[in-house]
Design a protein around this ligand. Structure first.
Ligand SMILES: O=C(CO)[C@H](O)[C@H](O)COP(=O)(O)O
Ligand SMILES: [Fe+2]
Length: 222
C-alpha cells in the first residue's frame, strides 16, 4: 500500500458480479474497498448492509473495507459491520445523537473509526474528538448518489482539516469522497488529502488499471 490510498466505491460496481468486480479493482491496484451504506432515510438511496460485507470477506477479499455509513441512527449497525469484517466504519455526526459514544463503540468493536462531513458541515465538530478518530472523510458531493460533480469549496476544507490533523499529532487519514477522477486528484492531494474515493471514474471505465495508474501518475507529481 502506498501512502496515498485509492478507494474505489463499489456503489458504481456491477452488483450482479460484485465479488469479481472487487477482485478486479484490487488486482488493478486499488488499496481499499469503499462500501457505501445508504438507508433511504438519512439519504434517499438504498444500497447494501453487513451481509454483503460478510459475503465479500467470505469470497476472499482481504483488503481493508472502508464502510461509509449514510444511515440514521448509527449505533445499531456498528456491531453488525464489525462482525461482518469492516476495517473502517465512518458515520455522519448529524446522524448520531451521541457522536463521542458512537466513535468509542466503533473502536471497542475492533474497527477504526471516522467521521464524515457533508459539504456544508463545518470542521468544528472534529475538534473535541480528534483522539477518537482514525479517519476524517470530507464529502465533496452531497451524499446519496454516485456520478456527481466535485464541489470546489471542498479544497479549502481539505486544507483546513489537514492543519487540524497535523496540529493534533494524531495519526488520522484524510479521505475525500465524490466526483474524484484523474483530472482533479492531484489538486485534492496537494491540499492535504491522502485517501481518495472514486466510484464512477473507475467502474464506468473499460479498464480499471488504466484509470488507477493514471491517478497514481497524477499523485506522483505532488
Ligand atoms: O458516498 C458516496 C455518495 O454518497 C460515494 O462514495 C461517492 O459518490 C462515490 O461516487 P463518485 O466517485 O461516482 O462520485
Ligand atoms: Fe462514500
Amino acid at each position: 500500500m502506498s501512502d496515498f490510498w485509492i478507494a474505489p466505491s463499489i456503489l458504481s460496481a456491477n452488483f450482479a458480479r460484485l465479488g469479481e468486480e472487487v477482485d478486479n479493482v484490487l488486482a488493478a491496484g486499488a488499496d481499499v474497498v469503499h462500501f457505501d451504506v445508504m438507508d433511504n432515510h438519512y439519504v434517499p438511496n438504498l444500497t447494501f448492509g453487513p451481509m454483503v460485507c460478510k459475503a465479500l470477506r467470505d469470497h476472499g477479499v482481504t483488503a481493508p473495507i472502508d464502510v461509509h455509513l449514510m444511515v440514521q441512527p448509527v449505533d445499531a449497525l456498528i456491531g453488525m459491520f464489525a462482525e461482518a469484517g469492516a476495517s473502517y466504519i465512518t458515520f455522519h455526526p448529524d446522524a448520531s445523537t451521541h457522536v463521542d459514544r458512537s466513535l468509542q463503540m466503533i473502536r471497542d468493536a475492533g474497527c477504526k473509526a471516522g467521521l464524515v462531513l457533508n459539504p456544508a458541515v463545518s470542521p468544528d465538530c472534529l475538534r473535541y474528538v480528534m483522539d477518537k478518530l482514525d479517519m476524517i472523510l470530507l464529502m465533496s458531493v452531497n451524499p446519496g448518489f454516485g456520478g456527481q460533480k466535485f464541489i470546489p469549496s471542498t479544497i479549502d476544507k481539505v486544507r483546513e482539516v489537514r492543519q487540524l490533523i497535523d496540529a493534533s499529532g494524531y495519526d488520522i487519514r484524510l479521505e475525500v469522497d465524490g466526483g474524484i477522477s484523474a483530472k482533479n486528484i492531484a489538486e485534492i492531494a496537494a491540499a492535504g488529502a491522502d485517501t481518495f474515493v472514486a466510484g464512477s471514474a473507475i467502474f464506468n471505465a473499460d479498464d480499471y488499471k488504466t484509470v488507477i495508474d493514471d491517478m497514481r501518475t497524477q499523485l506522483a507529481s505532488i
